[in-house]
Design a protein. Structure first.
Length: 503
């Protein structure tokens, strides 16, 4: 049985659970036969599904709807800051742009993972039972799915709180401890409201949010382009090993964004199983790639004109005066959009760890933990600085994790049995040996170990040291994890038939 409690609703859990009488010609759904809810009805009620299987009769939408979901989450302040950081690292403008494009190509992997959602009708947190086994996947979700997500939530919440506090101070109110608490709680409440209402609200709301944020950042672009130096090169250009080390670090920094979304199937699982995998991949990847490239490039351009070590203050100096108070609002809205996706997936991960808790409540638990971390950081210590540094290492784990997932999709030809994936009993297809799929566990461990040997972030691994500081943790971790899984993976009989039958 699934380790979740779906919100109460009428009718069978799945179309296969109980037969439905044929509908008379011309019969209306309003004459005693309940039909699927309208988009508006779905958007104004709390999502009732958690990690349980979505039956075919509740599948809806089009792959292109995914574009706005990912675009709204990536027209944000963080992308602007990261783009500026590349120039601060010593790259020329066009070197930075090349790094931005290269790093954002990893959105193709995010798109590939999303195709498993319509195929299975379950979120990524359940699909990965096929990779790691029922018990092994609980550990995977506890670390990759929940802990890292909550830390990202706290970091982004702190950034939004700083932007919102500047608005409060602009209104003449001192941003003391009480005000900071109120700001953090208010932003978290708005974020969690979206996450609690869930998938339908996200799909419905993120298109207008994308349009509004695009308009806001267009104003920012107008101000930046009027001051940017398109021929910018640093006074002392990087060369040799120093240049390659910086380029590798920059690609890893940019790639950390798409690699953090190993849960992209969470937002595609409501699509009909007949949805085109190519369309799902394409719209997901484009939704992340295009805005990320645009906003990161805008940050790099801004760094040629102003000091991006304090982006908000510096940018306000070159923006139109009328837009100055609206800029922090755009930053907060962008962060809320980003964090709502993070909190939504973290809630599903908490269920997948094995807690018998409703999705809406699990989201609130995630939010409470993130708020506590944020307040501790803002009011007591430099905790978030430490967490921020630690999260730079997450690519060591997230790269191999995404590689194993993507390899499994390719090996199975994206054929996943959603109802079977929700079975957590020892006799289930995905129990493997003692609840662990050794191939997935070994591949993830091998990829993570290989990446750790190549990293140059908080520490310098032996491989990076031998290469003069060039950090190859990203490609090495992905290649080793993928190759190891492809070599070791052994599927249950039912899945071996699927992977060797029709193409």
């Amino acid at each position: 049985m699934a380790s979740t409690i779906p919100d109460p609703h009428q009718g069978p859990r799945d179309a296969s659970d109980a037969p439905r009488a044929p509908e008379a010609p011309g019969a209306s759904h309003g004459l005693g036969v309940p039909g699927p809810p309208s988009p508006f009805e779905r958007a104004v009620r709390v999502e009732r599904h958690g990690i349980d299987h979505i039956p075919d009769r509740e599948r809806h939408g089009r792959p292109r709807d995914l574009f706005a979901v990912w675009a709204a989450a990536n027209v944000n302040y963080l992308s602007l800051v990261v783009g500026g950081a590349l120039v601060l690292m010593g790259l020329s403008l066009w070197q930075a742009v090349g790094v931005i494009v290269a790093g954002n190509l990893f959105w193709v992997l995010t798109g590939l993972l999303a195709v498993s959602g319509p195929a299975s009708g379950t979120p990524s947190e359940v699909i990965t039972r096929a990779l790691y086994g029922v018990r092994g996947n609980r550990v995977n979700n506890a670390v990759v799915g929940w802990a890292i997500s909550v830390c990202y939530f706290a970091l982004n919440l702190a950034a939004a709180a700083v932007a919102a506090s500047s608005l409060v101070e602009r209104a003449g109110i001192p941003a003391g401890a009480g005000v900071k608490v109120a700001v953090v709680v208010a932003i978290a409440a708005l974020t969690l409201t979206i996450s609690v209402y869930g998938h339908a609200v996200i799909v419905k709301l993120y298109l207008p949010i994308t349009l509004a944020l695009t308009a806001a950042f267009a104003v920012v672009a107008f101000g930046v382009l009027g001051h940017a130096d398109l021929s910018y090169t640093p006074a002392e250009p990087l060369t040799g090993a120093g240049l390659w080390a910086t380029l590798a670090a920059g690609v890893t920094l940019i790639a950390a964004g798409p690699l953090s979304y190993t849960t992209s199937a969470d937002f595609s699982r409501y699509l009909p199983r007949t949805a085109s995998p190519k369309a799902v991949l394409g719209w997901t990847a484009l939704g992340g790639f295009l805005p990320s490239v645009a906003v990161c490039t805008l940050g790099a351009l801004a760094a040629t004109a102003v000091d991006m070590s304090d982006p908000q203050t510096a940018l306000e100096g070159i923006l139109p005066r009328w837009f100055t108070p609206l800029f922090p609002v755009a930053l907060v809205v962008g962060t809320i959009s980003l964090n709502a996706l993070t909190a939504y997936s973290a809630g599903l991960a908490l269920q997948a760890v094995g807690l018998r808790i409703r999705r809406a409540l699990s989201v609130l638990v995630d939010g409470a933990v993130a708020v506590a971390l944020t307040l501790y950081a803002l009011l007591v210590s430099d905790f978030l600085d430490t967490v921020s540094s630690v999260l730079q290492l997450t690519v060591v784990l997230l790269g191999p994790s995404m590689a194993v997932y993507a390899t499994d999709i390719l090996l199975r030809r994206n054929r996943y049995d959603g109802p079977a994936l929700t079975d957590e009993t020892p006799g289930s297809r995905f129990w493997y040996t003692a609840g662990v799929h050794g191939a997935g566990a070994v591949a993830l461990l091998a990829g993570t170990t290989a990446a750790a040997l190549c990293v140059d972030t908080l520490y310098t691994g032996p491989v990076a040291s031998a290469l003069g500081g060039v950090d190859l943790s990203l490609p090495v971790g992905i290649v080793v994890a993928s190759a190891t899984y492809a070599l070791l993976a052994r599927f249950p009989a039912q899945d071996r038939v699927l992977t060797t039958s029709r193409t």
